[in-house]
Write a protein that binds this ligand. Structure first.
Ligand SMILES: [Zn+2]
Length: 95
């Protein structure tokens, strides 16, 4: 079995069922998608800059993954909270 299967952009695991959210560039496994929807609501799956933010975030996670090996979800959660705060600030400024 070679790794020709697509992999989840969050946990990098090869899964049979991956969902395309937003622009369809990124694939999410059901577990990661459910976690995000549960924690942050479906607003996070809206278009806008979410794809970009995830691209930069997954790079960061990948570099952390090499150092720490696991525990990526808490890191992801922290970063989602940061993004959320930044979004709030931008809203307050009046876009
Ligand atoms: Zn995943």
């Amino acid at each position: 079995m070679t790794s020709s299967l697509p992999s989840c952009c969050i946990c990098n695991e090869n899964k049979r069922f991956l969902a395309r959210v937003n622009a369809g560039k990124k694939l999410y496994c059901i577990q990661c998608e459910a976690k995000i929807s549960k924690e942050y609501g479906t607003d996070y799956w809206k278009p806008c800059s979410f794809t970009e933010f995830f691209e930069s975030m997954s790079k960061e996670i990948n570099s952390n993954r090499k150092k720490r090996g696991s525990g990526n979800w808490s890191l992801l959660k922290e970063q989602l909270q940061q993004i959320d705060e930044e979004r709030q600030l931008q809203k307050e400024k009046g876009q």
